[in-house]
Design a protein around this ligand. Structure first.
Ligand code: ADP
Length: 364
């Protein structure tokens, strides 16, 4: 660039000097020596001023680039983006653009790292809190027993049962945490097979009918078409998803409520939804309920919910089936969770039928 500005100044100086000399030669009767002298003077003044102007401009712009580099060193990426102005020279402009792009990328990376850090901190705090509750409760019951309550058989049995219940909660939490981390690590592989989806719904209803009966809740099943529907899915995991959604609907729904699982078969997919007529979930919570440990405040206070991992697990399983779980809810009206599964051929091939005979897989 230094060489270029010199060359540009020299060429422009020569042109200016030449034109002046021609002009003077035509309009005056100057001697060749005087003409040459004026050429030298015009050339020097023009070349020098052009050179100084170029150098000054480039120097100033380079200085601006340099201050951007300084800001980069200080990781002041926001300031780079804010103060960036277009430069007058194209190459410098391009360089400036590249630096701003780099700064934007770095800023995004920093924001992401910050949110991961917040997430990590919140996660640790949540795990700590959730572990503390059952452990402290169990410890409290056992300490009371050690302090003498053990001598009263009635109190002893009651406290032992309570301690055991607290530890059950702890076990459940550890199991859910383990499942979630395995799912996130990709260590749990889905084993999709062709499975009749209505049989999965039946299993879930059978498993939860007692709990539903305790709240006088009706479990309803709707299917379109009303005949066996085969999907490609990991039956154990999809059962877990349905189980979790129906269990939540019982837990958070109203007494005397109604829970409906509906299947709607289309050409390639089967849409599944679990709908309840419970109190619903407010908009501000809806977008967060799939986060780990997220619970709606009311359910925390009532102390009736789990630890807030159920829906995070559901989301992972559904996504591992190349689907997406969606939720719709209206306060006072109810909530509905939906996802879809890929349809499988209705008739098993001869080889598959033989394999299923050997392995005795249900629902095929
Ligand atoms: P938990 O283990 O607490 O049940 P989940 O992850 O399964 O956690 O659910 C997260 C929160 O979403 C629950 O705490 C509850 O407040 C809310 N929720 C889930 N399902 C329903 C539902 N059917 N009706 C109302 N609220 C629900």
């Amino acid at each position: 660039m230094l060489l270029n500005s010199r060359a540009v100044a020299a060429v422009l100086g020569l042109v200016t000097g030449g034109i002046t000399m021609l002009f003077l030669g035509m309009v005056t009767k100057m001697q060749p020596a005087a003409l040459f002298f004026s050429f030298v003077v015009v050339y020097s003044v023009a070349a020098l001023s052009i050179y100084i102007t170029l150098e000054f401009l480039i120097f100033r712009e380079l200085n601006r680039l340099y201050s951007m580099v300084e800001r980069m060193k200080k990781k002041d990426y926001k300031e780079i983006k804010r103060t960036f102005k277009k430069y007058s020279f194209r190459p410098i402009n391009r360089l400036g653009d590249q630096m701003v792009k780099f700064a934007s990328r770095k800023e995004e990376e920093i924001d992401e790292l910050k949110s991961l850090e917040t997430y990590r901190r919140e996660f640790l705090a949540d795990v700590g809190h959730e572990l503390k509750t059952p452990v402290f409760a169990a410890q409290g019951f056992i300490d009371t027993l050690i302090d003498g309550a053990v001598d009263d058989p009635e109190v002893r049995d009651k406290f032992l049962k309570k301690a055991s219940k607290s530890l059950d909660g702890l076990k459940e939490l550890l199991e859910e945490l383990d499942t979630l981390s395995q799912l996130e690590l990709g260590a749990i592989n889905m084993r999709p097979i062709r499975v009749e989806v209505r049989s999965l719904v039946n299993d879930v209803f059978e498993q939860l009918e007692d709990r539903a009966a305790k709240r006088n809740t009706i479990l309803k099943f709707e299917s379109r078409p009303d005949r066996p529907i085969f999907v490609l899915a990991d039956p154990m995991r999809i059962r877990q998803v349905l189980n979790n959604l129906v269990e939540n609907a019982i837990k958070y729904g109203n007494d005397n409520g109604r829970i409906t699982i509906s299947l709607d078969a289309e050409k390639e997919f089967v849409n599944l939804s679990v709908r309840d007529d419970g109190p619903g979930i407010a908009g501000e919570h809806l977008k967060r309920i799939f986060e780990r440990f997220y619970r709606v405040e009311k359910s925390r206070n009532k102390n009736m919910g789990g630890v807030g991992l159920g829906l995070a697990i559901v989301k992972h399983i559904v996504e591992a089936h190349e689907s997406k779980i969606t939720v719709n809810s209206k306060l006072g009206k109810g909530t509905s969770f939906s996802f879809r599964l890929r349809k499988a051929k209705a008739e098993p091939s001869i080889t598959e039928a033989k394999e299923n005979e050997v392995s005795g897989r249900p629902g095929l």
